[in-house]
Ligand binder design. Structure first.
Ligand SMILES: Cc1cc2nc3c(=O)[nH]c(=O)nc-3n(C[C@H](O)[C@H](O)[C@H](O)COP(=O)(O)OP(=O)(O)OC[C@H]3O[C@@H](n4cnc5c(N)ncnc54)[C@H](O)[C@@H]3O)c2cc1C
Length: 473
């Protein structure tokens, strides 16, 4: 593929690139490399960024070399973990991508029930390793998502009601700072940095290692239940009331979706709008099934109820086949304090006009263990929300990108008056970020800006949901 030579491209000499190449154990990929298009591609097919260089790091020494190179050359620097970010903040145009996706080691310590995780791991990588010991860390609901970006933004999933956000299980992180130092951030070392990393995203440095607390999780009673959209109001109201008192072992969310047009979904419902509850009870069916029955007996019969016993990693990967890399995604998020009946009706009306079968709305409970941590204990501030809402317009066809955006924005405009100002930073695109990042961090924002000024005063790490450094004085 012919590549236009950008101003930046002409600024970086081939000698400098060669020097970088020889200082890395990993590889350096440039636009004329046959692997360039594959290596630069991101999970969201709507994003098409063309970095000048991609440093495929395999260890911390590579990260240091790449970072120093980027600084010396005055390049815009992006950090890539799993590459799942909605607006593609793991990459950049014309700059240097520090690609950590090849750093994939996981080391479980069953004695201390902790797990050390490299920054290129997906949650599936970690689930695989911890499951062998009957353990798991709370991550998200799709196993191909990068642990690094998910953790730094907060992290919600099926284990969150019981064990908290992913950041509530982070014990320490190794971080390469903007000045090139490698430090460990924990409750006792660089506690200000540790506070900021837990929700503040990739603003503070390159995290090269995470240490997490893990929890006993083995076989779960889990899976999806779908109802016809005509029952959505009844289901959403009942679920809202049920989950408020349901045991925290039940991680579950409610969503508005479409029945996929493929086996094993019942053919007569293919392509029909639906309401779904997707749940994962951390325990056996003998405990999970009666709990779900309490809810189900108040509701009309579902189209199907596929909850059953399975290993936790199976549940974590259940939806992976529906969401392969390269689909078009347009994201909108909000935190939600209460879900009045009128909001439910607005959701149902907006979801009914979704532009594609994959498009969805999910409401993830924010309660239980999340509420037991104080608002200023970590950068992730919205501990008093009840839900984290995501609207995602999704479709394989790039020609439908505008329709996904139009629907997502209109849906959000209709529902936002019921919601809080801020949103989960990992559920935002970048067409709204500037106004919403401060709202998302609320009273923690100024403190984040001060930590940023201490650790990254020049805003070297700015390809993220950016928190500019507080100005001196
Ligand atoms: C299909 C799908 C399902 C999802 N489900 C959930 C869910 O259930 N729960 C949830 O909480 N979120 C979920 N998310 C959102 C997810 O948390 C974000 O997309 C997140 O940004 C992904 O992280 P990543 O490492 O894959 O992304 P990347 O695109 O690689 O990076 C995202 C951001 O993190 C920064 N970053 C990455 N690695 C590092 C590092 N080592 N050091 C410093 N900064 C770094 C990047 O610079 C960038 O700003 C989902 C996303 C997708 C696409």
């Amino acid at each position: 593929m012919a590549v236009a030579t950008s101003a930046v491209e002409s600024r970086v000499s081939s000698e400098a690139v060669q020097a970088l190449r020889s200082s890395l154990r990993g590889s350096v990929v440039e636009p004329d490399d046959p692997a360039y298009d594959e290596v630069r591609s991101l999970y969201n097919g709507m994003i098409d960024k063309r970095p000048r260089l991609i440093a495929r790091c395999v260890d911390v020494a590579d990260v240091l070399a790449a970072l120093n190179f980027g600084k010396d050359q005055g390049l815009l620097i992006a950090i890539r973990g799993g590459g799942h970010n909605g607006p593609g903040l793991g990459s950049c145009d014309d700059g240097l991508v520090i690609d950590l996706s090849l750093m994939k080691s996981v080391r479980v310590d069953p004695t201390t029930q902790t797990v050390r995780v490299d920054p290129g791991c997906t949650s599936g990588d970690v689930d695989h390793a911890t499951h062998a010991f009957g353990l798991a860390v709370p991550f998200g609901i799709v196993s191909t998502t990068g642990v690094a970006g998910l953790t730094l933004g907060g992290g919600t999933g099926y284990l969150t009601r019981k064990y908290g956000l992913t950041i509530d299980n982070l014990l320490e992180a190794d971080v390469v700072l903007a000045d090139g130092r490698l430090v460990t951030a924990s409750a006792s070392e660089h506690p200000d940095l540790f506070w900021a990393l837990r929700g503040g995203g990739g603003n503070f440095g390159v995290v090269t290692s995470f240490l997490f607390k893990a929890h006993p999780v083995g076989t779960v009673y889990a899976g999806p239940i779908f109802w016809e959209a005509t029952h959505a109001r009844t289901v959403m109201r009942a679920y809202r009331d049920f989950i408020a008192t349901a045991p925290e072992e039940l991680g579950s969310f409610v969503g508005l979706k479409t029945v996929p047009s493929l086996d094993p979904f019942p053919r007569e419902y293919w392509g029909r709008r639906a309401c779904a509850i997707i749940g994962s009870y951390n325990g056996r069916a003998e405990h999970g099934a009666p709990l779900m029955a309490r809810l189900l007996e108040t509701l009309p019969p579902p189209i199907f109820n596929w909850m059953g016993e399975m290993p936790f990693p199976t549940m974590q990967a259940l939806f992976d086949p529906f969401f392969p890399k390269g689909l078009q995604w347009y994201w909108k998020g909000d935190f939600v304090k209460s879900l009045p009946d009128e909001a439910i009706d607005t959701h149902i009306a907006q979801a009914a006009i979704a532009p594609s079968d994959l498009s969805l709305m999910h409401l993830y409970p924010i309660d239980g263990a999340v509420h037991r941590v104080s608002k200023n204990a970590t950068a992730w501030n919205t501990r008093d929300a009840r839900w984290s809402m995501v609207i995602a317009g999704i479709d394989p066809d790039p020609k439908h990108a505008d329709a996904l955006k139009t629907w997502g924005r209109a849906y959000w405009n209709a529902i936002h008056p019921y919601n809080l100002e801020g949103a989960y930073v990992n559920f935002m695109m970048d067409d709204e970020v500037q106004g919403r990042v401060p709202a998302s961090y609320g009273e923690n924002y100024q403190r984040l800006a001060s930590v940023k000024a201490k650790y990254d005063p020049q805003n070297l790490f700015r390809v993220n949901q950016n928190i500019p450094p507080a100005s001196a004085g």
